[in-house]
Design a protein around this ligand. Sequence first.
Ligand code: P6P
Length: 336
Amino acid sequence: MAADPLLTLDHASPIVTLQGHLLAKQASIPGATGTLSWILSALSISAKIIANKVRCARLQDVLGEAGADNVQGEQQQKLDVISNNVLLRLLGQREGVAIVASEENEEPVIIRDDPSGERRYCVLFDPLDGSSNLDVCGGVGTIFSILRHDRRAKDAPSSLLQPGREQVAAGYVLYGSSTVFVLTVGDGVDMFVLDPAVGAFMLVERGIRCPSANKSYSVNEGNRRTFPEGYQSYLDWAQERGYSSRYVGSMVADVHRILLKGGVFMYPPTKKAPDGKLRLMYEANPMAMLIEQAGGAALAAPGQRILDVQPTDIHQRVPVILGSRDEVANVAAQLG
Ligand code: P6P
């Protein structure tokens, strides 16, 4: 049986929590006031509350449908509503938050419409992505994106319509076999795992790099027949080369695998979703920032970075091709 690591005083492997990591980053940025740290702290607390709810869902009878559709016209799950309310309440308590936008809300929630000071932020999120997998204990997640509030915008909601390259932070929480918090603030990607005994997210990996040369793709092949021709050509090209296919149907679970193992994740245009199904502002943009920060690539189309797409609506959809730089290039080559 391995000895408890705490039996030896090993300074080489410090014990770092997410909170400690944020404070250390804040201390390293001249003039940082802690506003962003406080917002990320609210997301961390939200993740712990949601993780507990997800793990006890069947026991507390909060699985299943809430009986209404969300703005996307999709059946809301009870846990979608609970997760959304947790995030709205915790972020609403943070001075630094000017506006919150959620997949579950038609309109942005204006927390402070006359924010004083420059360091005001907008937080966009999908509170429980992939929630249709809850009933079968599949991986689900929270995805978040943080922008600076643009005080010059003609009105508060317009402040949100910034391209993804303007994000100051992005991340996700995967409620899977463990609860994982993956974060970038623009200087690389770090990963934390919730230690339920301690109640803290513990740093497990710094500076994650998305591996290349993994012959694997992730797409819902049930829609294959309505993909644009180039995507079908890529699938033929990959299958001729013995690629494997992995698809959970939950973006956070699929992208987390791509981040750690490499390969390519795609949600192409389909007959039912001509612009793809995934939302630009709170799904594609944060995932694109993470993947690019990890050395990968994220495109809406050949030569079109997701992070350069100029949004016109906070709920707009966008095609997604993201993952290892080499594999994204293979897809783009087939799309022509
Ligand atoms: P499909 C979940 O509903 C979601 O928004 C993403 O998490 C996931 O990648 C996608 O939809 C799955 O969609 O059409 O393959 O079921």
